[in-house]
Design a binder for this molecule. Structure first.
Ligand SMILES: [Zn+2]
Length: 901
């Protein structure tokens, strides 16, 4: 299934091969095929040609199978290689069957499992590249695959005979194209060589933070067509870290670890990681580290450990912004990375330079060492795979189950939550009659998710509240930052009520074969209008459809006839009827009809409400918001520098500033001297004149929404009467922090902190110096925090009185006196029990402080969200805070008499 061009290339390559001497020379080396030695400074094999090479290999050897299993977000080929001995590949289906049986061992005895383990072969799945600017591993696999395809050494034979390698050459092929093409396009110019925008259309570097919400095409493709289909017993993620730390990280990981990860998997990670370390150090490769930086907490990047597999992470030092060129320590002569030997870092790296060739070599050694180790102990690996699932299938420590009551505020959210669990192969049951559990009655139709099932680990970690350990750098000292976020309780993110039930209970249950939206038929066409409550965030898909069809939509400004404020009033017409009926069926919206327009004042939404999304180059929160707006069908466009030549209000009703949009980014933007105008002028700065225009846009009646760190930008722009309520967060450090800073164009790298990496003692001292009084800390690195909502405020229409919001190193605000600006508090932190899931230090600073605020500025409307209520589009329960605001801002007030007209 290649394009015609690829087929032609393969054909031409075959012609060459036929002409070449037979047998051993039949398979070209990477060097012959690409015309340069892989790992040469400055040179990168391009992704399409890498796939051509693999396709050619697959034709020449019976050890390699190559297939394109789907298309990516931008329409590129997503590929999978299967590599093993011809004998194993011939019985591939039987081997998969064994994996599947061991993955769901219910009814299997230990003795039968032993037999299957002896017959089977362990599947080692490699993700060669996930983050596209981490370029060396995508190159290293050319050597790895060539060796596996051609070599007859006992070392390679053992891997082929005793295991099956599954290889995803890239988990984000789009990024391979963007980054490597840009690298060559800018060669010999003054332009920045590293691609300045997100290397995945929507999620950029967050493409490996999607492994529990499964939002992106590539994530879904991999889970459905690789993970869940073949049930590998181990997954290896090949990554690269910044250029200033260790040369390579291998497992074991550092604390904390999620206790839902079976200890055999944590140990398996350590075993394979140490086998890699031995191979690297044995070959004289310096700077190998383990037990640092990377933890095992969030499922967002480790689907596999909840599905019976150790996750092997390798993080090879990169060349940073030099990409494929060598990296040299700015302090010439000073070796790169820490220089003190420690048990988890026995041999410091001794040179001041680091090349692509070295990165490739480290990758080859580490991956082959991992494969070799697994091949040697295949039977044990398969038997452990069985034991992990056996233990989960007979889990009896509580909770016994999670119950999802049939009656929910938002049926669409319930559907989406169950679909996520189902996608991860979690079994869901539904009650066929009422029952009681944990002393509480539940109606028929309630869902029950039992913990005792093969993938109970995933269900449990997603449905329980996270209690994050209080990790400190030294007793009484500052917190030890997690690698990523700390709270992910799915039902809190979604806005669904779920009850954990500790003790076993009986209920009449049936297995749910396929999760579908809980359809509620719409009523026969009413005389006056359809009425839909504001409680489901899914309703905004309907609103966007109605806007597209130019059907008027009204909202009640206050409660009426027992219905809440914000109720949608959609005049019943031939145009609205099919759209409303379809939404009722596909989204599970509860629709009722009225033969008389409700006697209530309200608002008429502006037809075709147009949103301008300020997604500056490289802004990840903006990328996620782009995905969100597309998913919901909201009329939107990315704001361009060129828009500022005209009147902004002619183009946009609403401008949305995602977190990370600072004044500097708006005014300065991408540097025109370093970024080609034809491609990048849209992201150039708008200057002080543009900044002033943005202010005028609001004052003349525009709507501005600002999220997370962009609240400070909006405050500065409009002199909003608010001030920060929280002390500054302690400095963040760790491989994640520095790499993230370095990968975001324009971000300031904390050099003092980065330099302190050369020595743990120095790093500790730097932190001691900076955190004068650790007891006065505020720290919240990604948790769910309780908010109380003013549900009469249009921004919070449809919210419960209280619900958790996502908070990731964000801010809370207090009001200060302001003249001429009307300010309303939409949500605030309560006085106690603020932390709902995750980690929070300094809770007292949040008490009674404001989170979401709405303002009237001149004729305009502004809403600020102090916390990232849209974080990675995971907290769906709070989507409506954004949707409500963006439709409300440009709407027109109507009296009861004008309602529906
Ligand atoms: Zn990475």
């Amino acid at each position: 299934m290649y394009s015609r061009a690829v087929r032609a290339l393969i054909a031409s390559c075959l012609v060459i091969l036929v002409a070449a001497p037979a047998r051993a020379q039949a398979v070209p080396t990477p060097e012959q095929f690409f015309g340069f030695k892989i790992g040469t400074d400055g040179e990168l094999a391009r992704y399409p040609k890498i796939l051509e090479y693999f396709a050619a290999l697959a034709k020449q050897t019976d050890r390699v199978k190559f297939e394109v299993i789907g298309k990516t977000t931008m329409g590129n080929d997503y590929a999978l290689l299967r590599i093993s001995s011809p004998q194993n590949l011939a019985k591939f289906d039987r081997l998969v069957e064994i994996n599947r049986r061991l993955a769901d061992p219910r009814g299997l005895s230990d003795a039968e499992a032993q037999k299957l383990a002896a017959e089977g072969k362990p599947f080692y799945l490699v993700y060669a590249t996930i983050h596209s600017t981490e370029v060396s591993n995508g190159q290293a696999i050319l050597h790895i695959v060539h060796r596996l395809a051609t070599e007859s050494s006992p070392f390679i034979r053992e891997i082929l005979d005793n295991s099956v390698i599954l290889m995803v050459p890239s988990q984000n092929p789009d990024g391979q194209h963007l980054v490597i093409d840009h690298w060559y396009k800018t060669k010999g110019t003054n332009n920045a060589r590293v691609y300045p925008d997100l290397y995945h259309k929507y999620v950029g570097h967050d493409d490996n933070r999607d492994w529990f919400m499964f939002t992106q095409k590539e994530t879904r493709m991999n889970i459905e067509l690789v993970q869940n289909r073949y049930k590998p017993i181990i997954s290896h993620d090949m990554h690269q870290q910044g250029p200033n730390g260790s040369r390579i990280f291998v497992p074991p990981f550092t604390d904390p670890f999620d206790v839902n990860i079976h200890p055999l998997l944590a140990l398996g990670q350590a075993t394979v990681g140490q086998a890699m370390a031995s191979a690297l150090i044995g070959e004289g490769k310096e700077g190998v580290a383990w037990l640092e930086g990377y933890d095992m907490w969030t499922p967002a990047r480790q689907y596999m450990v909840y599905h019976g597999q150790p996750r092997i992470l390798t993080e090879i030092a990169s060349s940073g912004g030099n990409l494929a060129d060598p990296f040299t320590n700015p302090q010439k002569g000073r070796p790169l990375g820490p220089q003190e030997s420690r048990w988890n870092f026995p041999v410091p790296y001794s040179k001041d330079t680091w090349t692509l060739g070295q990165q490739v070599d480290y990758g080859v050694t580490a991956a082959l060492a991992g494969m070799s180790h697994v091949a040697k102990y295949g039977r044990e690996w398969l038997y452990n795979f069985y034991r992990v699932h056996r233990d989960w299938a007979s889990y009896d420590k509580g909770p016994f189950a999670f119950v999802v009551p049939a009656t929910q505020r938002d049926q669409f959210a319930t559907y989406e939550m169950l679909e996520i669990l189902e996608f991860a192969d979690v079994e869901i049951h539904r009650a066929t009659a009422p029952f009681s559990a944990g002393g509480k009655p539940y109606p028929a139709g309630s869902y029950v998710i039992k913990t005792a099932q093969p993938y109970g680990a995933f269900a449990k970690t997603m449905l329980e509240k996270q209690v994050y350990p209080d990790l400190r750098l030294f007793p009484g000292g500052p917190p030890e930052p997690p690698y990523d976020v700390t709270g992910h309780t799915l039902w809190m993110l979604m806005g669904v009520t779920v009850d954990p039930v500790e003790k076993a209970f009986d209920a009449p249950l049936e297995l749910v074969k396929a999760v579908t939206p809980i359809a509620t038929p719409a009523p026969a066409r009413p005389k006056a209008a359809y009425l839909i409550g504001p409680e489901s965030y899914g309703v905004f898909k309907l609103v966007a459809e109605l806007q597209k069809a130019n059907v008027p939509v009204f909202r009640a400004g206050s409660a009426f006839d027992g219905r809440p404020a914000g109720t949608f009033v959609i005049p019943s017409t031939a145009a609205s009827q099919p759209i409303v009926e379809k939404a009722a069926a596909s989204l599970g919206l509860v629709v009722s009809g009225t033969d008389q327009m409700p006697a209530v004042d309200g608002f008429k939404l502006k037809p075709g409400t147009k949103v301008g999304l300020w997604k500056g180059a490289g802004n990840m929160p903006g990328g996620w918001l782009l995905w969100l707006l597309e998913q919901y069908g909201v009329n939107h466009e990315i704001v361009k520098s060129q828009d500022f030549a005209g009147d902004l209000s002619q183009k946009y009703d609403v401008i949305l500033l995602p977190s990370g949009t600072s004044k500097t980014r708006i005014v300065s933007g991408l540097d025109p001297k370093r970024n080609d105008a034809a491609e990048w002028s849209w992201a150039y700065g708008v200057g002080d004149a543009g900044w002033a225009k943005l202010k005028t846009f609001v004052q003349n009646g525009g709507t501005l929404l600002a999220i997370g760190s962009a609240v400070e930008t909006a405050r500065e722009l409009l002199d909003l009467p608010i001030e920060k309520a929280l002390p500054e967060a302690p400095p963040r450090f760790g491989p994640g922090a520095t790499r993230a800073e370095e990968s975001v164009p324009g971000a300031t790298v904390d050099r003092a902190l980065r330099d302190a990496f050369s020595s743990p003692a120095r790093l500790m001292q730097t932190l001691r110096d900076r955190v004068a009084d650790p007891t006065s800390l505020f720290y919240c690195p990604g948790s769910l925090l309780q908010n109380e909502f003013d549900t009469s405020n249009p921004v919070a229409w449809g919210m419960p009185e209280a619900w958790p919001v996502f908070f990731e190193t964000d801010q809370a605000y207090r009001l200060r006196p302001g003249f001429g600006i009307e300010t309303k508090v939409v949500s605030r932190y309560p006085r106690d029990h603020i932390l709902q899931s995750g980690w929070l230090l300094g809770e007292e600073y949040l008490k009674d402080q404001a989170n979401v605020l709405s303002f009237r500025v001149g004729k305009g409307y502004v809403v600020t969200y102090g916390s990232q209520v849209d974080f990675r589009t995971q907290p769906r329960a709070t989507f409506r805070l954004i949707f409500n605001a963006l439709f409300h801002g440009p709407s027109t007030p109507v009296t009861a008499a004008q309602m529906g007209r």
